[in-house]
Ligand binder design. Structure first.
Ligand code: FRU
Length: 473
């Protein structure tokens, strides 16, 4: 499989979770779970790979930031800018502090490292690990933020199927203050890679809620959910009943997403990137000499909607820099045997499509279906759901890979608008203004046509605009 054109991949080696997102001195820092010399993704081999970007679109690879040491492998975590040198590592100046999980033979503990040279070199703290809990089997993935209301740092980590909170004045000494999650949300696997941050609620002036992101990994695969509620400096309280599950992404390949800390106040966005894979088959993906890619960067906002306060994801505006040729299609009727006129192809393409006058059981786009492979992005009229479907043998025989991921979605005034980013082996679908997102990998036989289809009946293609997406220059 050829390398994606506009998604981040390591030159060579294994990648899983994004880590250590920080924005400092004009650079977005991206760290990631990395095995430079292997495609195996073993627990003991994890390093932090590193790249920086000025615009979230073009990335410059930097040397490995953190390598395994006598305390173990370097598992997932975060980075913060210690503006006021609360840690005392930086002689009064600001600097970067990374907080991560040390993993050794299954035992997990939280540690830190610091960098006074814009993340180019890192020193592990001599007092590592800074938090231990040998009685816990899952105790990992620290995410830290500055909590202005109480004037101290807050850490969230996952412990089995719950999240635990710690506070610290200096990033080195931590005190346990609360837990959340017993019986809440999805309990279908272990909780991993939490993130906790406040967001203003769109359209409700002055209202702010806290969002808790959780990745859940179980026998059925890897999924993400979020909670909306309050955080008082000690613990999190959900606005919704315990049984409520709010999926972050309805597809199968968005996992371990976390957000950037410290964007300048005049920007103020909350931006996330996830790992574009799933532990169910991550080790088998047919790519070389790398294995693992990241999702596109997305802006997160909270919106007040009839069903409650919901997280909305939008592809970041910077992605427009990738746009090359723009094409628009005339309105046309799609019936089971009609072909799109003119045809649409492209190895990397952004699509905004609106269907209307729906008189069909199912309709949508067949994506690179040549040779009997590829994926279907569709709408099921009876189920009122939007979906991405990929076949098992369609995709290089990958076991546990086939099937359909779907999200409930009512037509809007009889119409359906989809915003898609299709790379060589991935589809990211944004619908309902970003309230519904599906991310799925697929491994087509070629980079052939993307064509509207319709099963049983007709549908009108009301608008189709496409942008060829070029790799960042
Ligand atoms: C999530 C995860 C984390 C862990 C990391 C190890 O994908 O399992 O919980 O820190 O991967 O690479």
């Amino acid at each position: 499989m050829e390398r994606p054109r506009f998604h981040f991949t390591p030159e060579a080696g294994w990648l899983n979770d994004p880590n250590g997102f920080a924005y400092f001195d004009g650079e977005y820092h991206l760290f990631y779970q990395y095995e430079p010399d292997s495609l195996l993704g073993t627990g003991a081999g994890k390093h932090w790979g590193h790249a920086v970007s000025a615009d979230l679109v073009g990335w410059t690879d930097l040397p490995v930031a953190l390598a395994p040491d006598e305390l173990g492998a370097i598992w997932s975590g975060c980075a913060v800018v210690d503006w006021r040198d609360t840690s005392g590592f930086f002689g009064g100046s600001p600097g970067l502090v990374a907080l991560f999980t040390h993993w050794r033979e299954g035992v997990q503990a939280q540690s830190l490292a610091h960098s006074a040279d814009r993340g180019r070199t890192w020193t592990k703290y001599a007092g590592n690990p800074v938090i231990v809990a040998p009685e816990l089997r899952v105790f990992r993935d620290p995410k830290v933020c500055w909590h202005a209301a109480t004037g101290r740092w807050i850490m969230v980590v996952t412990i089995g199927q719950r999240a635990r909170f710690y506070t610290s004045p200096n990033l080195r000494d931590w005190q346990e203050v609360g837990e959340f999650g017993q019986g809440y949300g999805s309990q279908s696997g272990v909780w991993e890679c939490p993130d906790l941050f406040p967001l203003p609620v769109d359209g409700a002036s002055g209202r702010e809620r806290w969002v808790l992101l959780i990745s859940v990994n179980g026998p059925g695969g890897s999924t993400m959910e979020y909670f909306v509620g309050d955080f008082d400096g000690w613990t999190f309280t959900s606005d919704n009943p315990a049984a409520t599950v709010l999926p972050f992404d309805f597809g199968r390949d968005c996992y371990a997403a976390i957000t950037w800390a410290d964007l300048p106040p005049d920007d103020g966005r909350r931006l996330a990137i996830g790992w574009m894979s799933n532990w169910r088959y991550a080790h088998d993906l047919p790519t070389a000499p790398w294995r693992g890619a990241l999702t596109l960067p997305r802006e997160l906002v909270l919106q007040e909607r009839p069903e409650g306060t919901r997280l909305i994801q939008r592809p970041v505006a910077e992605l427009r820099e990738l746009r090359g040729q723009t094409r628009q299609w005339p309105v046309q009727t799609i019936a089971p045997e009609t072909a799109l006129n003119p045809a649409l192809t492209g190895e990397g393409v952004e699509i905004v499509v609106t269907f209307g006058n729906v008189a069909a059981r199912e309709f949508g786009l067949k994506v690179r279906a040549g040779g009997g492979r590829g994926a279907t992005v569709g709408y099921d009229t009876a189920r009122q759901s939007v979906f991405i479907e990929r076949g098992e043998e369609d995709n290089a025989g990958l076991a546990r890979f086939g099937g359909r991921s779907e999200a409930p979605l009512a037509l809007d005034g009889g119409q359906l608008t989809l915003h898609l980013f299709i790379d060589r082996c991935s589809i990211e679908l944004f619908a309902d203004g970003g309230a519904v997102v599906l991310t799925d990998l697929f491994f087509p036989a070629d980079h052939g046509a993307i064509a509207p289809y319709c099963a049983a009946g007709t549908v009108e293609l009301l608008a189709l605009t496409t942008y060829d997406l070029a790799p960042p220059g």
